[in-house]
Design a protein around this ligand. Structure first.
Ligand SMILES: [Zn+2]
Length: 183
């Protein structure tokens, strides 16, 4: 998945963008999921703040939401997981600046912005970080339990009860025929 944005332009214009990425096209995230069904919705908003000394600072906020399927750690069957995350970032000129400044900033994650900022990569990173470490069902549906539930359904149970009598009927007819031949 490829989508780049100009973070400076986003912040300057105070724009809001939104979209959806098919999960099947997010390979790093997809490698952690049970299947690639569904999509990841995202919304991005930018803004610029001007300090009293005249310097400007760019920001953006990202929210993501998706329903994904992972493999249950208890029963290995797929389990639906609701993913959502909201993050706010302070944008600086380079990745090197971002790494240096990120340690100081308690309120924002610091990101290196740019004219060709990898938005799809950021959305995918946030989705990966939002995944539960131990995905599992609240109550695992074991295969044996599922089979019992299916057998208890009315039509199947009816068939089980009537079949022995039908077989007995066929046996009697067969016996009578045999008797007739013997006579
Ligand atoms: Zn399970």
């Amino acid at each position: 998945m490829q989508q780049t944005i100009d973070t400076s332009e986003l912040a300057r214009t105070g724009s809001e963008l939104h979209g959806e990425y098919p999960l099947a096209q997010l390979q790093r995230l997809g490698s952690l999921l049970a299947d690639g069904d569904g999509s990841l919705a995202w919304r991005l908003r930018g803004w610029r703040e001007r300090a009293v000394d005249g310097t400007v600072q760019d920001f953006m906020a990202l929210s993501i939401a998706a329903t994904v399927r992972m493999t249950c750690v208890r029963c290995n069957a797929p389990v639906a997981v609701e993913l959502s995350a909201e993050r706010a970032y302070r944008l600086v000129r380079s990745e090197a600046d971002a790494e240096r400044l990120d340690l100081d900033d308690q309120q924002y994650d610091v990101l290196g912005g740019g004219r060709r900022f990898d938005l799809a990569g950021l959305v995918e990173d946030e989705a990966i970080m939002a995944l539960p470490a131990m995905p599992r069902h609240e109550r695992c549906e074991l295969p044996a339990a599922a089979a019992t539930a299916a057998g208890a359904a009315t039509p199947g149970a009816e068939a089980e009860r009537t079949r022995p009598f039908a077989a007995l009927g066929r046996l009697r007819n067969g016996a009578q025929n045999t008797d007739i031949i013997e006579d």
